[in-house]
Design a protein around this ligand. Structure first.
Ligand SMILES: Cc1cc2nc3c(=O)[nH]c(=O)nc-3n(C[C@H](O)[C@H](O)[C@H](O)COP(=O)(O)OP(=O)(O)OC[C@H]3O[C@@H](n4cnc5c(N)ncnc54)[C@H](O)[C@@H]3O)c2cc1C
Length: 401
């Protein structure tokens, strides 16, 4: 197998890198370079710049303003964008609801929602998980009853990322509680978050940020023409959504960027009278991470290009579970590295003391940002399907056990 990039792919990477360098607003870049996450406004601003260039609707067909890239080009783009570092495209818009509407939506739904999703005019969120339905999603209970030309929705969702900022939510509801199989009684609705009867309650995560929410539905009226696909066929839509887009699941560019930033910091931080970068144990740890990232990169390109060649959209390659497991392990290991390099500056109390002693601002800011990412990314092995579930998939579908 030839694992080299073609000359066209190398030129493409340079084109992407140059575009990001020349067009990413400097304030967003400066903030992210210090390890801070982008705000909603930063993400919207950057996605609109990319959309104007035709680079937002990554896997959509050209007639819906997709760039027409191969899977490898998409990977290259995602990696360059993460490494810049720049805000990532809204996955709810670009890799979830967009492809779902392209596959199952009515013409009216496509016209109404797709251009706005690509341009982030509508911010979407995902209402799947419930207090009693996470890994076992088919046990969801939020109910929708058809009443004339609309559904009446009652129930609760949880862990709904960015629901407090969202304009729309795609929601899985139970429309037939008596179905023979649980999966056969579920439908997929598009819900306007401004509809009366919706209450969004924040969940503050361990890093102190507000990203997660509970969402309550009390007699929420949803027009029936906002159901996607047939009634009681929502499970097919959900499976397509979860499986269609595996490109970039490992977020390798994020890990790379974090290791590069840690190396930069390790030149400035002193340990035992010398820069940390000179410490052999530290160097060995960084080298091991680099090796692991290289191995994951090669696996990623193998999985993605095989998937692309098989034209298997909608049927996830079970091998992509390797990318999720290894990718999130590396996200966690690299945030741990960043915190270790920051040392006492990673603890807010010490950071204040050190600021009073005129320590370098840059080090202090990077230190406190590293703690936030470290804490939040403990969740990476839970969201998007827990790593235990991914391992179950691998044992069955790949190892045949
Ligand atoms: C930061 C974050 C963001 C999220 N964003 C969203 C969102 O936007 N929208 C949304 O709908 N959901 C979201 N989720 C929810 C996420 O999809 C669920 O948390 C996840 O699917 C796990 O479900 P659960 O929390 O109910 O845990 P459970 O399914 O109850 O699992 C508990 C533990 O048991 C293990 N386990 C469960 N079943 C098995 C099994 N069969 N074999 C082996 N081990 C098993 C799990 O791996 C886990 O360790 C988010 C979660 C987090 C943490």
């Amino acid at each position: 197998m030839d694992l080299r990039f073609t000359p066209e792919e190398i030129a493409f990477r340079q084109e992407v890198r140059a575009f990001i360098r020349d067009n990413l607003p400097t304030d967003i870049h400066a903030k992210m370079k210090l390890g801070n996450g982008p705000s909603k406004e930063d993400t919207v601003r950057w996605q609109r710049i990319l959309n104007a260039k035709g680079w937002a609707a990554l896997s959509w067909p050209k007639e819906w303003d997709g760039p027409g890239w191969t899977a490898i080009q998409k990977m290259i783009f995602l990696e360059e964008n993460q490494m810049a570092p720049a805000p990532e495209l809204s996955s709810f818009n670009v890799t979830m609801i967009g492809p779902v509407l392209l596959q199952f939506g009515t013409e009216e739904q496509k016209q109404r929602f797709l251009p706005r999703a690509a341009n982030l005019d509508d911010w979407w969120c995902q209402g799947f998980s419930e207090p009693g339905a996470g890994s076992d999603l088919a046990s969801l209970k939020t109910a929708a009853k058809l009443d004339g030309d609309h559904y009446v929705v009652n129930g609760q969702k949880i862990w709904t990322s960015t629901a407090h900022q969202a304009d729309w939510c795609f929601v899985l509801v139970r429309t037939n509680p008596n179905a023979r199989k649980r999966q056969e009684g579920i439908s997929f609705l598009l819900v306007d978050m401004k509809t009366p009867g919706i209450t969004v309650r924040p969940i503050i995560s361990i890093d102190g940020s507000h990203h997660l929410n509970e969402v309550f539905f009390d007699d929420v009226k949803v027009p029936a023409n906002l159901r996607v696909h047939e009634e009681n066929k929502g499970w097919d839509v959900a499976k397509y959504l979860l499986g269609n887009e595996r490109t970039g699941i490992a977020r390798l560019g994020k890990s790379r960027e974090r290791v590069n930033a840690s190396i930069d910091l390790a030149h400035k931080v002193n340990m035992n009278g010398q820069p940390l970068i000179a410490d052999p144990v530290f160097r060995q740890r960084v080298a091991q991470l680099q090796v692991d990232m290289k191995a994951l990169e090669i696996t990623q390109y193998r999985v993605v290009s095989a998937f692309d060649k098989a034209k298997g959209a909608g049927r996830p390659d079970p091998l992509s579970s390797v990318l999720k497991v290894k990718g999130t392990e590396l996200l966690q290991a690299t945030t741990e590295l960043a915190v270790d390099v920051a040392g006492p500056m990673a603890t807010p109390i010490w950071a204040e003391e050190l600021a009073a002693m005129n320590e370098q601002d840059e080090l202090l800011e990077a230190g406190s940002a590293s703690t936030g990412s470290y804490l939040f990314l403990r969740a990476a092995s839970i969201y998007g399907g827990t790593n235990e579930i991914q391992k179950n998939i691998l044992t069955k579908a790949v190892l045949g056990l």
